[in-house]
Write a protein that binds this ligand. Sequence first.
Ligand code: SF4
Length: 532
Amino acid sequence: MARIVLTADRAVFTDFSGAEPLGFGLCIPYRLVPRFVEYWVLAPPVPAGDGGRAIFAPYPLCKVEASLLAAGFRRSDVIITPPEKLEGVVSSDTEVVGVHVLDPQGLAPVSWTLRVLMGGGETCTQYEFERLMMRVLQLKRRYRFKVVVGGPGVWQLRGLEKKFGIDVLFEGEAEITFPVLISKILKGEEVPGYVVGEQPAPEAIPTIVTPSRNGIVQITRGCPRKCHFCSPTMQNFRSIPLSNILKEVKLNLEHGLHYVGFATEDVLLYGARGIEPNPKAVKNLFTKTLELSKRYGVERPGFTHVSLSTALAAKELVKFITDTCGYDAHNPAFPQVGLESGSPRIVARYFAGKPYPWKPEEWPEVVISSTKLMNENYWYPCLTYIIGFPGAEPEDYLRTTELLEKLKEEGFKGWTFPLFLVPIGGTLIEKKTGFKTLQELPQEAVESMVVGWRLSIRFSREVYPKILRSMKNRFLRWLLERLTEKALDSLENWVTLISRDPSYIDRLVAGVKLRSTPSLIAALIRSKLRTS
Ligand code: SF4
């Protein structure tokens, strides 16, 4: 049996029914998520092969496994297993259980925002992490292995090591430091409780051996723009060699994954030196990936993030990607994009590098021109903006509202989603702010949120059938379409009520429970009685 077992909780170790954006549904307080919605739709279980080995896994776990193998550990020493199989995999041979975490205490920006806006309570992400760790603790008492926890959510667990039986919190990149740490543990040497991973050169990052969930493959690490609230920017910016990207894409396709998704902070910065795009590298990336993926019947890769200023600085690349991938009104791209604020004063103070090569005062114009360019090329972005920058005045929120109104006038297609500022561990802003709540904000901040939500609801009604189309299970898709319609109606009511009186959340939403079938039925009857 394996000596090193790698896993993650159910909110991380799932394929989100094939639609990655559904993962955001797990950031909702769990009392509001019916059990069947969480376990059948948002986070269905993933298959495992003989001996509990995962058939595919979240990409970061695949990378950790690859680092161990590249460092000389045998395949039989290491196993990635879904959480449901853990008890069958851990044995007296197990010396280390490694747990990958994204949002273990529900404090990531989307989670925190949804908690505040939905009356508080543990998110599904926190609930699942804690459930997993209770099981890990029981196993640890029996088998006495070490527990190492790593991943972007590690900052949320500082001070909670004892509660969850964690021996080592591992921050940063795995490739160089993680295998050294594990070797020491296996030799019975003392190891520190907190370890920071060194950053490898891109050529030294081993390629994955276990296929990655939903065909995700990383193409860049880090970001050169240095926004104060961002954690990926604390890593050096690097592009992964194309040959390694293609190797991982091929592995996924050969194992039957029918999707290619580029994980990146800015797809247009692939191969760039600093902030200057490298058109040749980006074109090569898409052309070569498509040559390969089409052989397996995959028509186009997706990508996670892009920045507004790079898109505007590299207009021809946006068009090239659309033409090459065949994006159109029925097959659009949905990248995540940071708008952050419409106030040049806030831009200059907290993210002056984001508009570059434009100046902070030109940011609103960059946003308008770049979103227009994206929409013309069938990129429908999810624009996130931040509420609660330290020192933000009502005037700054008014600038954001004006920018959102302008987007609406221009017929913007996409989402505009406000997020509360979160002092993410290790970021430049960490020590300068706390977690924000609605009560601390001026009315102008609430108004800027309301404008963004309304824009998003309008666009969601237009586009959700296209997003759900990638779901594999037809019955679930039908079910989710009905639920989405209902959810959007409720959201519209909720926004109207909050715009009149934000205390509505505490008075009415905080007590709502939809988790179990009886509580869901009771809530539906109550809402029916209210509307009739
Ligand atoms: S542009 Fe995005 S990824 Fe880059 S530093 Fe700013 S927030 Fe982070």
